[in-house]
Design a protein around this ligand. Structure first.
Ligand SMILES: Nc1nc2c(ncn2[C@@H]2O[C@H](COP(=O)(O)OP(=O)(O)OP(=O)(O)O)[C@@H](O)[C@H]2O)c(=O)[nH]1
Ligand SMILES: [Mg+2]
Length: 283
C-alpha cells in the first residue's frame, strides 16, 4: 500500500467499472437517439422532408416514405438499449435444424420442428430468468385477425379440397387452423405453457402456407421489425444457473430460404448483434 491508499479488491473494481461504463455508454447512446428523433420530427413538422422522387430520378436520403422506417429503427435501437438485449439470429437452409437447436438451448419444445419445411414467420425467443413456464407474446394481433377474416372469405369461393391439399402437401394437421378460420376465432396477445406456444406457432406457420395455396398475402410486412415478431419469453435451461447480469440474450428463429417470410428477413438480420449459421447435414 503506497501513499496511504488501500488496494481495492480487483474483481469488485473491474465489475463496478464495467457496470459504470456500460451505463454511461447506454446513456450517451440514448441521448443521441433522442436527439436524432427530435431532429427528424422537427424536419418533418417544418415540411423539410421531400416526397419520394419519381422512378428513375435521384432520390433524397430521406423522404416521406422512408422516414417512417427510420423512426421504427430508432425506436428499436432504443428498446435494445433499454433492455441491453443481444439478438443472435439462427440462420441456415431449410430443415438444417434451426428450430430444433433453439429448442435444445431453451430446454423445451416451444418451436415447431419437423422433417418438412416448418418455420415461415421468424420468432424471437428471449431468455427470461424465472420464466420456467414459457409464454408467447403476440404484440400485433390485428394483422393476423384480419388475415383470418380474409382467409374465411376467400375459402367461401374455394372448395374444402384446399384443406386436403394443404394437409397432404405439407403433411400437417390443419384441423386447429381450419376451426379458427371457420369460426373466426381471434388470436390473443398472450399464450402460456409449452404446448400452447408450440400449437399457436404451428398454426401461424400453417396460415402462411394456406396463404400461398390461396394466393392471399400473408402480412409479413407488418412483422418486419424484430419488436413486432411473435416472442417467446422463457428461462433458457442452459443459462438458468448463471448469475444475473446486465443485459439479456434473445435468439431469432428464422425461416429457411424459399420461404415467403425470408424476403423480409435481410433487413431484420442487419439489426441483430450476430448470427449463428447452421448447415444441413446428413442423417
Ligand atoms: N438426425 C438429426 N436430425 C435433426 C437434427 N436437428 C434437427 N433434426 C431433425 O431435422 C428436421 C428439421 O428440423 P427443424 O429444426 O425443423 O429444421 P429448421 O432448420 O428449423 O427447418 P425450417 O424451419 O423448415 O427451415 C426435424 O425432423 C428434426 O427432428 C440433428 O442434429 N440430427
Ligand atoms: Mg424452423
Amino acid at each position: 500500500m503506497r501513499d496511504g491508499l488501500r488496494q481495492p479488491d480487483a474483481g469488485t473494481t473491474v465489475g463496478t467499472k464495467v457496470g459504470v461504463s456500460i451505463d454511461n455508454l447506454r446513456e450517451e447512446a440514448l441521448r443521441q437517439l433522442t436527439l436524432m428523433t427530435r431532429l427528424l420530427n422537427a424536419a418533418q413538422s417544418q415540411g423539410l422532408v421531400e416526397a419520394p422522387a419519381a422512378q428513375g430520378a435521384s432520390r433524397a436520403t430521406l423522404d416521406t416514405d422512408s422516414i417512417a422506417a427510420t423512426f421504427d429503427i430508432l425506436a428499436h435501437e432504443r428498446s435494445k438499449l433499454d433492455n441491453l438485449e443481444m439478438v443472435l439470429a439462427v440462420v441456415g437452409p431449410m430443415k438444417a435444424g434451426k428450430s430444433t437447436t433453439i429448442n435444445a438451448i431453451v430446454g423445451a419444445e416451444v418451436l415447431p420442428n419437423r422433417n418438412r419445411a416448418m418455420t415461415a414467420l421468424p420468432t424471437l425467443i428471449r431468455h427470461t430468468p424465472g420464466a420456467t413456464r414459457p409464454r408467447l407474446l403476440l404484440a400485433k394481433t390485428e394483422p393476423l385477425n384480419k388475415l383470418i377474416s380474409t382467409l374465411r372469405r376467400t375459402l367461401k369461393s374455394r372448395g374444402p379440397d384446399v384443406w386436403d391439399r394443404l394437409a397432404t402437401v405439407h403433411e400437417t394437421d390443419v384441423e386447429v387452423l381450419r376451426n379458427r378460420v371457420r369460426r373466426s376465432l381471434p388470436f390473443v396477445g398472450r399464450y402460456e405453457g409449452e404446448e400452447a406456444v408450440y400449437a399457436i406457432l404451428k398454426e401461424l406457420n400453417d396460415a402462411a402456407r394456406l396463404c400461398v395455396e390461396l394466393n392471399v398475402r400473408f402480412p409479413f410486412r407488418q412483422y418486419a421489425g424484430i419488436e413486432t415478431l411473435p416472442t417467446i419469453e422463457v428461462e433458457f435451461a442452459h443459462l438458468s444457473s448463471l448469475p444475473a447480469t446486465q443485459g439479456r440474450l434473445a435468439l431469432l428463429d428464422t425461416p429457411g430460404p424459399n420461404e415467403a417470410g425470408q424476403l423480409h428477413l435481410g433487413r431484420m438480420l442487419t439489426r441483430c448483434a450476430a448470427s449463428l449459421g447452421l448447415q444441413a447435414g446428413e442423417g
